[in-house]
Design a protein around this ligand. Structure first.
Ligand code: C5P
Length: 330
């Protein structure tokens, strides 16, 4: 049994012998006693992926970032994180996907460091294990959601910050982290941190997510849109109104992403995937974030499933998902 086997983080106690005496502790060869094992606390957290129902680029800011306007939704496709505090060992991040960098550049590491520095805490060793299901470099905020999950887990344990303070801390890690802490359906403005809660999507909506075999550099795409200008602007106000009215067909018809014309011009597979989704009865299809996932919205689970089957023949990764509500944080 490892020290982390006790769910409440307490150590398993030494069992007495049948005669009631405790087993004696043998000293090392050099005569010193073995040190007590570290007291490890284990925390579990889920990190949902996000999709953009709309994404608009309003202009470049003096700080080099862009002024954005986006309608976002959290989805059931998620990563799972385990944090172990007090390992007594150097910090480490491990991941089931070998292509994800796991050193100090990993957003989970950055989030944990930002939290501990801001709170003045030393967890005396930290091990983070990430089980990824959200496709990487996909426009689904996988890394940002993992970072948000680390902040949520640490704050649940240490309780140092309000939700607003936690989002401000998240923004120092990445532009999408505040939304990932907020979750659910939301309108995001500014760099992505000015958040307005929107009602949950109407029920019975199914997403099919197709991740083609290419990835897009986010900074490069922002530079490209600075030069090319926005050609396909979403009607954000109409999308917000459709969500408030719970009008599923209007939501489907209003899906739009300002980056999509640029990405589709470079990668014809984007249009191919959209046509497959629409041919199977999607009420709308769109690129999420800076890509490369293209998703379709379906009222029928059966049609969603049949679209996924065909997409699997042309795409390395295909997922089915539904919208999930915002986390219920105090
Ligand atoms: O904040 P984050 O590190 O996630 O942003 C990654 C890159 O995306 C930035 O370096 C920038 O090029 C671009 N970005 C932007 N405007 C935003 C968000 C991101 O230009 N609002």
């Amino acid at each position: 049994m490892s020290p982390s086997d006790c769910r409440d983080g307490t150590l398993p106690s030494a069992s007495p012998r049948r005669d009631g005496t405790l087993p004696s502790v043998s000293p090392h060869r050099d005569g010193t006693l073995p040190s007590a094992p570290a007291q490890v606390t284990t925390l579990h957290e889920t990190a949902p992926g996000k999709l953009n129902l709309t994404l608009d680029v309003l202009g470049k800011r003096p700080d080099g970032y862009h002024e954005l306007e986006m309608v976002m939704v959290s989805v059931s496709l998620h990563d799972s994180l385990t944090l172990e505090l007090g390992t007594g060992e150097p910090w480490s991040v491990t991941c089931n996907r070998p292509d994800i960098p796991v050193g100090e550049d990993n957003l989970c590491w950055k989030a944990a460091k930002a939290y501990c520095d801001a709170a003045g805490i030393d967890p005396e060793g930290l091990r983070i294990r990430v089980e990824k299901q959200i496709p990487a470099q996909a426009g689904m905020a996988g890394g940002s959601s993992d970072a948000a999950a680390v902040l949520r887990a640490l704050n649940r344990h240490y309780g140092r910050f309000s939700q607003e303070e936690l989002r401000a801390l998240g923004l120092t890690v990445g532009s999408d982290v505040p939304y990932c802490l907020f979750g659910g359906v939301a309108l995001a403005r500014g760099r992505g941190e000015e958040l307005t809660r929107l009602p949950d999507l109407p029920g019975e909506l199914n997403f099919v997510l197709a991740k083609p075999d290419f990835s897009v550099s986010t900074p490069a795409l922002f530079r490209e849109i600075d030069g090319a200008g926005v050609t396909g602007r979403p009607d954000t106000e109409a999308m917000v109104s459709a969500i408030r009215r719970k009008d599923r067909n209007a939501i489907g018809g209003l899906l739009q992403n300002a980056f999509e014309p640029l990405v589709a011009a470079q990668y014809p597979v984007v249009e191919e995937l959209r046509q497959i989704l629409l041919a199977h009865g999607a009420i709308g299809a769109c690129l999420t974030g800076t890509g490369s996932v293209i998703f379709g919205l379906f009222c029928s689970k059966f049609r969603a499933f049949s679209a996924a089957l065909e997409l699997e023949e042309v795409c390395p990764e295909v997922h089915l998902a539904t919208a999930v509500p915002a986390p219920n944080e105090p």
